[in-house]
Design a protein around this ligand. Sequence first.
Ligand SMILES: *Cc1c(COP(=O)(O)O)cnc(C)c1O
Length: 356
Amino acid sequence: MSQTLPCLFVDLPVVRANAQAMVELCEASGIHPVGITKLACGAPEVAEAFVEGGIRVVGDSRVNNLAKFKDLPVEKLLLRIPSVSNALDTVRYADVSLNSEPHTVRALSAAAVALGRTHKVIVMHDLGDLREGCFSADDTVALARLVTELPGLTLEGLGTNLACYGGVEPTTDNQQQLVDIAHRIERELGVKLQVVSGASSAALPLLLRGGMPEGVNQLRLGASLLMGIGLNDDPIPGTSQDTMRLGVEIVELKEKPSVPVNSTALDAFGNKPVFEDFGIRKRAICAIGKQDVNFDDLIPQDKAVRIIGGSSDHLILDVTDSDLDYQVGDTVYFALSYGGALQCMTSEYVRKEYLH
Ligand SMILES: *Cc1c(COP(=O)(O)O)cnc(C)c1O
């Protein structure tokens, strides 16, 4: 059974244009961007739009998602550090993965040998954001050495992740530190690294102002392609933010007071609700709820519509001030924050429609 609404509409031509703009921007500086599909749960439609926009490597944080576009003729990169328990599928579905643990790298080597394949490894160095990566350059070099010694693996390069956990901004200085460690690995191990993977969409402002040092030749881009945003969720010049919108259906429309009658109990989430009296208002109940999306992540496209609350399965809007004459059965549209898009993509109750 598939309901028409709620529905997340994804405008693939806009996503494709964003990909194309970022590929052009990056390639002018000798950088090859990876297109990241994790926000779209690895939707093959999105991966295809990226490829049409010129993307040659597609990445996702989950192996299950990479498996969804296993037949797409691109290199597949696993973003989240692989799980030892999932080493076989990692090698099966990812051509390359980001790694920081000797134990995991050994498991990938054993899996690659068992499957008769070669798996590429990008060693991760932590420049202070404190998510994944070896924290000392010595550990990073040692892990890179281990990769070169293990059968079934090739050392593809060095990477870092920033602005994800610790909010550390990509700078000329920290990107140069990464390049320096890459040179040290090349010197000490006598190898040539194919990839120096600088950061995510958060590095685009640095690239745009000409501050990216020579030597970084890969960026991993998700939010910039899928939503036109980067560092601090600011819009990226040259991209469109109009890639997705959520449509929800009005299932009740009535004039009611703005303060409940004899309110004494807690709401469905155990909070004591507080109300301000705006008199009688026109209220629309929509068929979507907190089980699908956090209401703070919704931005009504009709600026006169106000979100006043709801529960697990109901979203209540105040539509009194709108110029539109809403009716039961009408669709109300919302733009989404990154978190809101992620939740809608993940909710099985929200249909996805890819506009071609
Ligand atoms: C999610 C992720 C990215 C992409 O980040 P965006 O902000 O969506 O561009 C890049 N690298 C890693 C390791 C990630 O987990």
